[in-house]
Design a protein around this ligand. Structure first.
Ligand SMILES: [Zn+2]
Length: 361
């Protein structure tokens, strides 16, 4: 059921089954000339049905519509291949088009996760269920690429494109200066913190993200239309919270590394997460993976700040350190639960070298 938020601007909630995000906010702009659909949902039946029902209710003719995608994640981009008509322009980010075109599967990501201490075999199995694998777009339609500042008009609205890298490499927002509306994708969300992960060496997504937050904080905005959950009124207050969240996370990572050098996976295991699990070992594998990606982005940031350094250690050495820490962990858990048995981790990472981070003293 579409709801009109501003004149001719509607929100359509697209269900995301089995996802804690619950639904995607797709925004539909109507005009006598051409319509604009912003973000689409996963490539699965529930999303397609909700989109088709919403468009029918709004009498939006897909043939006379264009589609804008905020970023490449499957919950935003996945359904495009079911919606796209030859007459549609599909607006997309330039760096993310290059990413999609050079994508050769999850292997490089899995190897990098392994290097960061993640048990690779468990990850490989879990990724088979990854929404990007199952519900991504099956083919890539022709894309109209956008750069920072590019205009997109629809009816009474005059948007310009704002590049906001961080959540993804080429994330895009749309800003309407006169109406003071920011269509934010997953750049700013309420209740939940957009995840900032790093899976490529040499990148610094958290640094990009904090800069993107400053960039959008400088805009005059009265209403943020995010990709999930509630609309946001005071964008600067929310941006302040998000920046404090990451400052706290950076402090937490430093405090954890004060116990000695460790991999990102081991660091993530000690960070606090808003997940209803008693221990790190109880986390679903995908949640461990997201958490490790977050830990890497924070460690990379601290590395560029000169507060931590990395060392690459051989497998045997990493394993010796792991055994030492497991023993400490077991003793700690045993003290808490009064039972020291059967808690050792069974699976091991397979990579030959591991990246360990340590404090700079
Ligand atoms: Zn999303």
């Amino acid at each position: 059921m579409p709801e009109e938020i501003f004149p001719d601007l509607y929100r359509l909630k697209i269900p995301l089954p089995e996802s804690p995000l619950k639904y995607l906010n797709s925004y539909i702009l109507k005009s006598p000339d051409r319509n604009l659909i912003i973000d689409t949902g996963l490539n699965r039946r529930e999303c397609l049905e909700a989109m088709q029902a919403g468009l029918a209710e709004l009498s939006v003719d897909l043939e006379r519509s264009d589609i804008f995608i905020t970023h490449l994640h499957a919950d935003h981009f996945g359904l495009v291949n079911k919606l796209a008509r030859a007459s549609n322009r599909i607006y997309f980010s330039r760096p993310e088009k290059e990413l999609i075109e050079s994508w050769e599967g999850f292997d490089a990501m899995i190897a990098y996760a392994g290097k960061n201490g993640f048990p690779e075999d468990r990850l490989r199995t879990a990724l088979e269920k990854h929404p990007g694998n199952k519900y991504g777009s099956q083919w890539i339609p022709e894309l109209s690429l956008l750069d920072d500042g590019d205009p997109i008009a629809c009816g009474r609205y005059r948007f310009r494109c704002v590049t906001t890298p961080g959540h993804t490499l080429g994330h895009l927002c749309l800003y309407e200066a006169e109406q003071k509306i920011l269509i934010a994708g997953d750049h700013i969300l309420d209740d939940i913190t957009p995840n900032i992960q790093c899976w490529t060496d040499g990148q610094n997504p958290l640094k990009w993200y904090l800069a993107s937050l400053d960039k959008t904080a400088a805009l005059e905005v009265e209403r943020v239309l995010p990709g999930h959950r509630r609309l946001i009124g005071d964008h600067r207050a929310r941006i302040g919270e998000l920046k404090r969240h990451h400052a706290n996370r950076l402090d937490e990572a430093l405090a954890i590394l004060a116990n000695g050098p460790m991999t990102a996976f081991e660091t993530a295991a000690q960070m606090t997460w808003d997940i209803k699990c008693d221990t790190w070992d109880d986390f679903p594998v995908m949640q461990q993976w997201f958490a490790t990606g977050e830990a890497i982005s924070h460690l990379r940031y601290l590395e560029e700040e000169g507060k931590v350094t990395r060392e690459e250690v051989g497998r045997a050495e990493a394993r010796r350190a792991e055994i030492g820490r497991e023993k400490v962990g077991r003793d700690r858990r045993a003290r808490r639960s009064g039972n020291g048995k059967g808690e050792g981790r069974k699976e091991r990472g397979e990579g030959s070298k591991k990246i360990r981070y340590q404090l700079v003293h």
